[in-house]
Design a protein around this ligand. Structure first.
Ligand code: NI
Length: 156
């Protein structure tokens, strides 16, 4: 788990940049793709990736402005990508201003359990990586170019 806010910020910057690269290639036509009738569409998944960290950070008491309503996906891919870009920058600024390394060890009620804030931050990153993996599969099925994640994508 993170010992310092700086460690989180570095991780957040790296991961949100990778996520941004994926969101930036989504097209409006691709947003209705889905794996099965029961699963999220590519657009719903992308919007979940954009909005979930704000929800969790707010639960932990960080005063962040939400990128948008989680239940109301913007109509365009561009709006989602822009919302993510603004939100990612905002998180870096707000957490650096509001929290100290000691805040990471403070415990909050998260989903009915007592989590140190460091665990919440780790869960946010893991949750994003998990859904981003799903997103890139849907992107391939939609014929979109998948960006490099941790190493070169197939086309490279
Ligand atoms: Ni999720």
């Amino acid at each position: 788990m993170y010992q310092t806010i700086q460690e989180f910020i570095e991780d957040w910057r790296r991961e949100s940049r990778i996520t941004q690269n994926a969101l930036d290639v989504l097209t409006d036509e691709s947003l209705s793709r889905r794996v099965s009738p029961k699963d999220r569409t590519l657009g719903e998944l992308a919007w979940h990736i954009v909005t979930a960290p704000g929800h969790m950070l707010a639960m932990a008491g960080l005063p962040v402005e939400m990128p948008g309503d989680p239940n109301t996906r913007p109509a365009s891919a561009r709006q989602m990508a822009d919302a993510h870009r603004r939100f990612a920058e905002q998180v870096t600024a707000v957490i650096a201003r509001e929290w100290t390394d000691a805040t990471l060890r403070e415990v909050r009620n998260m989903f009915g359990e007592q989590w140190p804030n460091a665990l919440t931050l780790q869960a946010i990153i893991r949750h994003e990586i998990h859904h981003r993996g799903q997103l890139t599969v849907l992107m391939r099925q939609a014929g979109l170019p998948v960006p490099d994640i941790y190493g070169p994508a197939r086309r490279d």
